[in-house]
Design a protein around this ligand. Sequence first.
Ligand SMILES: Nc1ncnc2c1ncn2[C@@H]1O[C@H](COP(=O)(O)OP(=O)(O)OP(=O)(O)O)[C@@H](O)[C@H]1O
Ligand SMILES: [Mg+2]
Length: 344
Amino acid sequence: MTETAGTAGTTAETATGTGGEVDGGAFIELDGVEKVFDVRKKTGFLKRERRQVRAVDGLSFTVSRGEVVGYIGPNGAGKSTTIKMLTGILTPSGGRLRVAGIDPSRERTRLAHRIGVVFGQRTTLWWDLPLIDSYRLMHRMYRIPDARYRENLDRCVELLQLQDLLDVPVRQLSLGQRMRGDIAAALLHDPEVLYLDEPTIGLDVVSKTKVRGFLRDLNAERGTTVLLTTHDLQDIEQLCSRVMVIDHGRLMYDGPLEGLHEAGESERTLVVDLARELPPIEAPEPARVVRVEGPRQWLAFPASASAAGLVAAVAARYPLVDLSVREPDIESVIAKMYAERAGA
Ligand SMILES: Nc1ncnc2c1ncn2[C@@H]1O[C@H](COP(=O)(O)OP(=O)(O)OP(=O)(O)O)[C@@H](O)[C@H]1O
Ligand SMILES: [Mg+2]
């Protein structure tokens, strides 16, 4: 990482603000991008089998400046691999890839000044140092002008509530605290695009809400382009105007979230606790009981329908003690989307 400090100070200033939009506004541009991993698997004593994993398989899309895009798909779909190629950590096996007009794997250092990245599963902070020391190192490494650094740091500290954490060594932070620290670290140098790979993983509800609010403001005020990978559909609902679904390294859907719900005819679940064990509730169509466990019953109903009518209908005829409504998760939406396609 130290190489960054040496070369890019001047390049960053000249590059910022202008370039990038080649081909009519595309800020991120992928054309038939592929990534194939060679893996060796032990198949017996001294026996190894070579196998190729096609993690990304001919991916083409563009993202314009200022867009907030959700990048979703099941485990192993190729999301993190895509993000690693977009930062230059991994080199594509084929196809063409540009971010702000830069080929990431060839000019990783120059690109580093224009992008920010947060990997929820890993930290970019120095493990043994107090949080503030990581920020000071980044200040120097990225040659951030002093006033700008102060301003960005103050803003992040306030909005991500890092005041009491700055002097704590990173290894002593909780997951949620560390994640907030990582998000701040990714933003100190005013990146034009932010890649977030599961930034809300393991966060409690309050922290999730804070992080989402922060990202929304960042996009509105600074016009930062955001590419967000998550397994939490609420992240997408609250942040993204556009969703891309990827599976087996291929793009399966690209459009608004509502379209995804329609494509997958996604359902919400009403969970009710009755006063006692009863046979499955006779719910008004199209709601139906999908699970019964003692006095608790689960009723699936279309995500587009209001829960209020269903609740009223159930409450009128059954001894209702408690209830909650569960949103569909991304995996079930995608699973339904595939089922629909296979059936069509
Ligand atoms: N360095 C690597 N070497 C070999 N195979 C890899 C490597 N990195 C990823 N893969 C494989 O590539 C595929 C895509 O992995 P990737 O991490 O991009 O998935 P993902 O969509 O991020 O999944 P998740 O939701 O679990 O994070 C998987 O089959 C994975 O095992
Ligand atoms: Mg991943």
